[in-house]
Write a protein that binds this ligand. Structure first.
Ligand code: PMP
Length: 404
């Protein structure tokens, strides 16, 4: 079934690159040793993990002993935020700051910290999703231990000014973490230049396997995140259990390929983004891009099709696989917390779709997507009472305030 559907959801996950799979395969049956074992089987397996770590180092410009493999960015975020804040709170640094537009895995950490007596601040963002840097500086207090921000937003593609955010945190004496899941391997990141304390990333967003990610930490910060007293600790004492060698190998080679092909991929997705946006704007009125037009990763397009509910549009345009910014739960429409934080009006937010482009997306795929969305939008608008109100020039705010 899905073979006939054009995949445009690369921010959700990517297919495993066949070159990645080829590199991983020997580590399932041939080089199967436990990297903790001292015999040659163990040494060969450890060699695979070490090589993968060197490949990550090549992409991030980190030191060898500053990256560990995790089960994915969710776990990396949790190590950075929960473990660090628990350690810092003991010395009175018991305030954590992040943005309202963060990924769910970070918002979950905020809830956990709150339940455990740690003070948390969720910062507003501007209409384009960018953080107001003065607002950040003003929000950092003497007891602020850590600031965490998403490098590239997973719903809108907006790229934060990471360099300036880190500088502000440095000036104020606060540690800083970035969830770089949607940036890693897609736009250049040099941790030695950025000077960030912690960074999270994932394998399956860069054509690597699912179930593996990386966590970067400045070596001087290891004291905050190591597992105290664990007797089965691996990965420099940051994790426990047996290292999944094949997954680490896959993550390493995926990072190396992403690094080598980054410029070419960026050029490719930038061209297709323009084709898509121009194509939709040329045929459909009342369509808007959500997120920054000037600071974005071009592979993520968040577009609103006024008068159409995102979920309905997604289902109507069944020839493409995309994701929507609204969800219907218990007969109530909920809009994306990211678009809500950007103060996108409810009727525009609920009509949003996220279309994400990957390295194997073609111009023909984009043409099909444009056509599908034009046909589907026209069909939904024809039966939408909201659309009638919009084109009559009346205000729809009152209808939406009753529905959310
Ligand atoms: N952060 C961001 C910004 C993401 O996009 C995702 C994946 N949707 C995650 C964290 C979680 O990644 P993983 O699936 O590797 O746990």
């Amino acid at each position: 079934m899905s073979k006939n559907v054009i995949y445009l959801d690369y921010a959700a996950t990517t297919p495993c690159d066949t070159r990645v799979l080829a590199e991983m395969i020997p580590y399932f049956c041939d080089v199967f040793g436990n990297p903790n074992s001292l015999h040659s089987y163990g040494i060969d397996a450890l060699d695979g993990v070490d090589k993968a770590r060197i490949r990550i180092k090549g992409l991030l410009h980190s030191k060898f002993e500053e990256t560990v493999f995790t089960s994915g960015a969710t776990e990396s975020n949790k190590i950075a935020i929960v473990r660090t804040m628990q350690a810092l709170a003991k010395s009175g640094k018991n305030h954590f700051i992040t943005l309202k537009t963060e990924h769910k895995s970070v918002i979950d950490c905020v809830d956990y910290l709150k339940r455990n007596g740690i003070e948390t601040t969720l910062l507003d963002v501007q209409h384009d999703g960018l953080l107001d840097l003065d607002h950040l500086a003003d929000s950092i207090k003497d007891n602020t231990g850590l600031v965490s921000f998403c490098f590239v937003n997973n719903e809108t593609g907006t790229i934060q000014d990471a360099k300036k955010i880190v500088e502000i945190c440095r000036d104020k004496g606060t540690l800083v973490h970035t969830d770089a899941t949607q940036a890693f391997g897609k736009i250049p990141i040099d941790v030695s230049d950025l000077d960030v304390d912690f960074l999270s990333a994932s394998g399956h967003k860069i054509y690597g396997p699912k179930g593996v990610g990386i966590f970067y930490f400045k070596h001087s910060n290891r004291k905050f995140i190591s597992i105290p007293g664990a007797n089965h600790e691996v990965e420099f004492g940051i994790r426990s259990g047996t290292v999944p060698v094949a997954l680490c190998v896959g993550m390493g080679i995926a990072a190396e390929i992403a690094n080598a092909e980054m410029a070419e991929n960026l050029k490719h997705v930038r061209k297709l983004r323009k084709q898509f946006i121009d194509g939709i704007h040329a045929s459909l009125d009342e369509t808007y891009i959500n997120g920054s037009e000037t600071s974005n990763y071009p592979g993520i397009i968040n577009m609103s099709f006024r008068g159409c509910e995102g979920e309905a549009l997604m289902m109507e345009a069944s020839g493409i696989a995309v994701s929507s910014g609204s969800a219907c739960t218990s007969n109530k429409l909920t809009i994306s917390h990211v678009l809500a934080a950007m103060q996108i009006p409810a009727d525009i937010a609920q009509s949003s779709l996220r279309i994400t482009i990957g390295k194997s997306t073609t111009e023909q795929d984009i043409d099909v997507a444009i056509n599908e969305l034009i046909v589907a939008s026209k069909k939904l608008r024809a039966i939408s009472p909201v659309w009638d109100i919009i084109i009559s020039g009346s205000n729809v705010d009152s209808i939406f305030s009753k529905r959310y």
